[in-house]
Design a protein around this ligand. Structure first.
Ligand code: F6P
Length: 326
């Protein structure tokens, strides 16, 4: 890391999948950045906009009335060009053209990998974890997770109403890429009969059919099976359940409703705290770090440490889920 780099102007961008609370984080970065004496510029469409020079000045008023809005006012993107060394050099050059001394990256692990690459070419950054997946190991929380789980819970509660009325089984596929954190949390919250996660090997007969049949024998009249996106195949699984059990079964793939919507208080508060921490770190001359939540505190780790491991499942939550789904 280069030492004592003087940072006067920072650029903020949102990258990868959008997450509810990103706007609250942009607001926090812009306002705390100004408070800490920086000039703040907004970069549109993530790294795509950085490469194209879609960069504009931001003021405290640019971020009025956005704390409650889902999505990201800066828009987001995924850039293949940034994966090449030529693209990375181009991005750093463009940052210099617009006088950016450091970047604040609001996104997930892929976005931080991109920022890490740029930092090796001399562009300092701070990463703020924003992804509905909550799959970044170094932080207990990523902005967007709570809103997403609320949306999924609301959807599953509605599916349960109709599953009960028709004595059906519902297979519900939820997002999370290759991580089962959303699936496991909503499984506990919604009392699902079974949850199928990418982190856990599963056997169709033992882990899906058996709990359904045993539940029926105990008097259950409807069943919710939650399937993580990383497993996939909800329609096929529903068909097989119906064939094997004779229970009318439907598949629902919740899809992109999980990424939208007004952020919950938790996401707005986390975004405000983490976004502010990002500019405070820059003010202290710290960079190439990730803002993280650990032991109920907002703190920071080096990007190397922050990206080193894959986040594991909460095993106790998994155990509780199995006990209570009886
Ligand atoms: O990372 C957030 C996420 O919503 C994942 O859960 C999902 O796998 C992915 O983004 C979908 O991304 P895309 O916008 O490319 O379809």
């Amino acid at each position: 890391m280069e030492e004592n780099k003087i940072i006067r102007t920072i650029g903020v961008l949102t990258s990868g999948g959008d997450a509810p609370g990103m706007n609250a984080a942009i607001r926090a970065v812009v306002r705390s950045g100004i408070y800490n004496g920086f000039k703040v510029k907004g970069i549109r469409k993530g790294y795509v906009g950085l490469l194209n020079g879609e960069i504009e000045d931001m003021t405290a008023r640019s971020v009025s009335d956005i704390i409650n809005r889902g999505g990201t006012i800066l828009q987001t993107g995924r850039s293949k060009e940034l994966m090449t060394i030529e693209g990375q050099q181009k991005a750093v050059n463009m940052a210099h053209v617009f006088g950016l001394d450091a970047l604040v990256i609001l996104g997930g692990d892929g976005s931080f990998r991109g920022a890490h690459d740029l930092s090796k070419l001399g562009m300092p950054f701070i990463g703020v974890p924003c992804t509905i997946d909550n799959d970044i190991d170094s932080t207990e929380y990523t902005i967007g997770f709570d809103t997403c789980c609320n949306t999924v819970q609301d959807a599953i509660d509605k599916i349960r109403d109709t599953a009960y009325s028709h004595e059906r089984c519902s297979v519900v596929e939820v997002m999370g890429r290759n991580a089962g954190h959303i699936a496991l949390n909503v499984s506990v919250a919604c009392g699902a009969e079974a949850v199928i996660l990418p982190e856990k090997p599963f056997d169709f007969n033992t882990d899906i059919i058996k709990p359904i049949i045993e539940g029926r024998n105990r008097g259950k009249q409807h069943y919710i099976i939650i399937l993580a996106e990383g497993i996939g195949g909800a329609v096929e699984i529903a068909k097989r359940i119906e064939e094997m059990t004779g229970i009318s079964t439907r598949a629902t793939i919740l899809g992109y409703i999980q990424r939208g919507g007004s952020p919950t208080p938790r996401d707005r508060v986390m975004a405000s705290l983490m976004g502010t921490k990002a500019t405070q770190l820059l003010k202290e001359g710290k960079y190439n770090r990730l803002v993280v939540r650990r032991n109920n505190q907002i703190t920071d780790v080096s990007v190397e440490e922050g990206m080193a491991m894959k986040k594991s499942l909460d095993e106790y939550m998994y155990e509780v889920n199995n006990i209570l789904s009886l």
